[in-house]
Design a protein. Structure first.
Length: 272
């Protein structure tokens, strides 16, 4: 583990013991960790005020949610994303998130977790929303991961040539997409390719990275990649921290969402 991951694991272990009342540690790949729940207790990774409703939502066959194999890890980015957005969805306040990243939406008509827009391409966004005026927000959530996923020429050259060269046309230069930089930042460039998706059909696409302000490695990688993006697309690419969102939700949301935000902050804000 790097420093941030180790710090969060220790914090989550304390949360597990003191808040959830679970003193047992559990194994992962033959090693015992304090921040891991038993697999059949994964739902304790969901916040108290929304646990029952969110679990029902997840178990709904129409939700499309595929739980990750590490969902019982208390530092799971998927669990963080589920907990962050579900109160907004439940209380019809997703537009408040959009305002936090300076996207004006009219009426959110679609919201999904684990959204795959193009099965043949395969990018899986952690959350997705679309309003009645064809504005879309594709969301990638990172908690303690220290980088976006990498690719390599052997495994991904065909997709680069057949899919991403077209999707990233004008977003980045041909030189960038043909360089090692593309593979080193493969996941992020895949995400950014969606700013161009069906714009000729009237869609306005935004891609947003959500993380903690403590995750400087993700922030630095995002900034390095953004510096290679054409200026006209930069206003469609966003970065927001959970700290900023917590402040905004506490100021703008209804009492029920504010209550969930307190639980969220207690769990996910990284203590100094």
């Amino acid at each position: 583990m790097d420093f941030l991951s180790a710090k969060v694991a220790k914090q989550m272990g304390k949360y597990k013991r003191e808040y959830l009342g679970i003193i047992d540690n559990y194994m992962w790949n033959g090693v015992e960790y304090e921040h891991i729940l038993a697999q059949d207790l994964w739902d304790l990774n969901l916040l108290d005020p929304i646990r029952d409703d969110l679990k029902e939502f997840i178990n709904n066959g129409n939700s499309g949610i595929r739980l990750h194999h590490k969902i019982h890890h208390m530092n799971s980015s998927q669990a963080m994303c589920l907990n962050l957005f579900f109160p907004l969805y439940k209380n019809n306040e997703l537009s408040i998130f959009a305002k936090c990243i300076n996207v004006d939406v009219v009426d959110i008509q679609e919201f999904e977790y684990e959204k795959i827009m193009l099965p043949e391409e395969g990018t899986n966004f952690d959350a997705f929303m679309e309003d009645s005026c064809k504005k879309r927000i594709f969301i990638e959530a990172k908690y303690t991961e220290n980088e976006f996923g990498k690719g390599n020429e052997k495994s991904h050259k065909e997709k680069r040539d057949s899919i991403y060269k077209m999707m990233l046309k004008d977003v980045i230069t041909e030189d960038v997409i043909n360089s090692d930089l593309f593979y080193k930042n493969y996941q992020l460039f895949r995400n950014l390719s969606y700013v161009n998706y069906k714009v000729k059909d009237g869609y306005e696409n935004h891609v947003c990275v959500v993380t903690t302000e403590k995750n400087t490695k993700i922030h630095d990688q995002y900034n390095a990649v953004l510096s290679n993006v054409a200026s006209k697309y930069k206003s469609y690419i966003h970065f927001v921290t959970i700290e900023e969102l917590i402040t905004a939700f506490n100021e703008r949301c209804c009492a029920a969402t504010k209550d969930c935000t307190k639980y969220f902050a207690d769990k996910y804000l990284i203590k100094d």
